[in-house]
Design a binder for this molecule. Structure first.
Ligand code: AMP
Ligand code: ZN
Length: 489
C-alpha cells in the first residue's frame, strides 16, 4: 500500500501520486509574525513535519521541497507596532516592524526547533516577494479577474465560476450570510482585497495602483508560484484557513495561471483547545510554546502530546495528555538506553538497519500516528534487543531521536519499564524516587539502606530486576499495594 492522504478538496482519502517523484512539493501557510507561537500554532508545524519526514523517507531527502512562509506584512503587525510606538522610544513604524518581525522569527525558529521540527527547505518572508505579488495582481487585472478602485485592487469572485469549490459553498449562500464589511469600492460583497493603500508611516511599496501593501491571500499564491511553480502537490494549514484563505488562494492562482493546476492535495489539521475550552486570553487558558518550555516541559513531550491524536481530529490539550506523553517518553528513554551503540555495532557488522514496514504503513495511512504509537508500544513491550533497535529506528521517522532525547529530563526519567494499564505517573514517580535513593546508597556502599529499599518495595509488591548495564527495571507484582508504596520513605 502506498501513501494515502485525505484531500479536503474531494473529502476523500486518496492515493498520493506526486506530479514529479523527483521533486515532491509541499506548501504550508506559516505564521503572521508579531507574537510568540501559541500551542495551537505548533500543531500544524508538528503535523506537517511528520509528513515532511515521511515524504523524505519515501522519495528521498533530496526529492522533497517544503515551503512554509512568514507573513511579515499584515494589519495585525501594524496594529501591534502602533501600540509599541505609543509607548514610545522614538522609532519609526517601519523600524519597529522590522525589529518586531525579525525577533518573532527568531523565537519561532527556537521554539519549533525545540519541538524537533525540521526547518523547511524555504521559509520565504512575504516582504521579499512584493514584486511577484504586484506582477500576479497585474496579471489578474489583465485577465479581468480583478479591478482597481480607490487605491485598492479587488479580486472579482464572480469572474471565477469555481469559486467556493474547496469549501463547498456557493456564492449566493455566501453573500446571504456575509458579515464582511461591505466597502463602497467593492462590486460584490465577497470580492476580496489583493492590494490596499498604506498610510505614510506604514510599510508600503510603489505599485501601478499607488503606494500600498498586499492582501494576505495573494502572499501565499505569489510565494508558492515563485518557489514551487504553477502546479505542486500538497498545500496545508489549519482547518480555519480552508475558508476564505485557501479558497481565495485557489481563485487567484488558478485565474492568474490557468494552465497550472495549483495544489493537488489540500490538507488541514483540526483545531486545538485547552481542557475542553477554546483557547483564549480572556479565559486564561492561553499559553505559548515558550511558556511550556520555560516551565520545564520538554519539547519532545509537547511534540508527542500533539501527535497522540489524529491530525484531522480536534485535540484537547489537558494535563493528563501531557502526563501520558511524559510517561511514554520516559519509558522509551529507559528502554532505549544504550541501544544506539548496539545499532551502531550491528551496522558496523554489516547488518542492514531500516525503518520497519509497519511504521511506514501506519504513517502512510493518512498519518495514522495512533497506529504508529501502538506499534511502538508493541516493540517496547516485546523488550528484545531486536525490537528495541527497531523502536530506535522507527521513532526517528516520527521525529524522536534518542541521541537528542538522552539528555532530556522527563519527569519520571530513570524509571524502569512500566506495565501498560497498571502504572500511573504517580506510581512511577514514587518508584523512581526510591530507585534513585537506592542507587545513591549503593554508590556510597551503604548496602543495608539499599537492601532496605529493595525489601520495602518488595513488600509493597514492586519487584526489581537489577542488571549490570542498564538502570534497574521494575514491575508490579499481583500483590502490588499502592497504599503501601505511598507510605514508603
Ligand atoms: P496564524 O499565525 O494565526 O496565521 O496561524 C498559523 C497557523 O496555526 C495556521 O495554520 C493556523 O491554522 C494554525 N492555528 C492557529 N490556531 C490554531 C489552533 N487553536 N489549533 C490548531 N491550529 C491552529
Ligand atoms: Zn496561505
Amino acid at each position: 500500500m502506498g501513501l494515502r492522504l485525505y484531500n479536503t478538496a474531494t473529502r476523500r482519502k486518496e492515493e498520493f501520486r506526486p506530479l514529479d517523484p523527483e521533486n515532491v512539493r509541499m506548501y504550508v501557510c506559516g505564521p503572521t509574525v508579531y507574537d510568540r507561537a501559541h500551542i495551537g500554532n505548533a500543531r500544524p508545524v508538528v503535523v506537517f513535519d511528520v509528513l515532511f519526514r515521511l515524504l523524505r523517507h519515501l522519495y528521498g531527502p533530496d526529492h522533497v521541497t517544503y515551503v512554509r512562509n512568514f507573513t511579515d506584512v499584515d494589519d495585525k503587525i501594524n496594529a501591534r507596532a502602533r501600540e509599541m510606538q505609543a509607548k514610545g522610544d522614538g522609532c519609526s513604524m517601519v523600524e519597529i516592524i522590522r525589529a518586531l518581525t525579525d525577533e518573532t522569527i527568531e523565537w519561532y525558529h527556537a521554539d519549533m526547533d525545540a519541538l524537533g521540527a525540521l526547518r523547511p527547505t524555504y521559509e520565504p518572508r512575504a516582504t521579499d516577494y512584493i514584486g511577484q505579488m504586484v506582477a500576479m495582481i497585474g496579471r489578474l487585472i489583465d485577465k479581468r479577474h480583478a479591478y482597481a478602485a480607490e487605491g485598492h485592487v479587488l479580486f472579482d469572485v464572480g469572474s471565477y465560476t469555481e469559486y467556493g469549490q474547496l469549501a463547498r459553498r456557493n456564492l449566493d449562500e455566501m453573500r446571504a450570510g456575509a458579515r464582511v464589511e461591505v466597502a463602497p469600492y467593492k462590486r460584490d460583497p465577497m470580492d476580496f482585497v489583493l492590494w490596499k493603500p498604506s498610510a505614510d508611516d506604514e510599510p508600503g511599496w510603489d505599485s501601478p495602483w499607488g503606494r500600498g501593501r498586499p492582501g494576505w491571500h495573494i502572499e501565499c499564491s505569489a510565494m508558492s508560484l515563485e518557489l514551487l511553480g504553477e502546479s505542486f502537490d500538497i498545500h496545508g494549514g489549519g482547518i480555519d484557513l480552508a475558508f476564505p484563505h485557501h479558497e481565495n488562494e485557489i481563485a487567484q492562482s488558478r485565474c492568474a495561471c490557468p494552465e497550472g493546476r495549483f495544489a493537488q492535495v489540500w490538507m488541514h489539521n483540526g483545531f486545538l483547545q485547552v481542557e475542553g475550552e477554546k483557547m483564549s486570553k480572556s479565559l486564561g487558558n492561553f499559553f505559548t510554546v515558550q511558556d511550556l518550555l520555560a516551565k520545564g516541559v520538554p519539547g519532545e513531550v509537547i511534540r508527542l502530546s500533539l501527535l497522540m491524536t489524529h491530525y484531522r481530529k480536534p485535540l484537547d490539550w489537558t494535563r493528563d495528555r501531557v502526563r501520558e506523553a511524559t510517561m511514554r517518553l520516559a519509558n522509551w528513554q529507559n528502554a532505549l538506553d544504550g541501544i544506539e551503540y548496539l545499532a551502531a555495532a550491528r551496522r558496523q557488522a554489516g547488518v542492514q538497519l531500516a525503518v520497519s514496514q509497519a511504521a511506514v504503513e501506519a504513517l502512510s495511512d493518512d498519518l495514522n500516528t495512533k497506529r504508529f504509537l501502538d506499534h511502538c508500544d508493541g516493540l517496547t513491550a516485546e523488550n528484545s534487543y531486536d525490537s528495541l533497535v527497531q523502536l530506535y529506528l522507527d521513532l526517528q521517522l516520527l521525529g524522536f531521536d534518542e541521541n537528542k532525547m538522552r539528555n532530556a529530563h522527563f519527569a519520571s526519567a530513570g524509571v524502569g519499564r512500566s506495565q501498560p494499564g497498571v502504572s500511573s505517573p504517580k506510581i512511577a514517580f514514587k518508584i523512581s524516587e526510591l530507585l534513585e535513593e537506592r542507587q545513591m546508597a549503593r554508590q556510597r556502599k551503604d548496602w543495608s539502606r539499599a537492601d532496605e529499599i529493595r525489601d520495602r518495595l518488595a513488600a509493597a509488591g514492586v519487584r526489581l530486576m537489577d542488571s549490570p548495564s542498564t538502570p534497574t527495571d521494575w514491575e508490579l507484582g499481583p500483590d502490588f499495594d499502592p497504599a503501601k508504596l505511598e507510605s514508603l520513605k
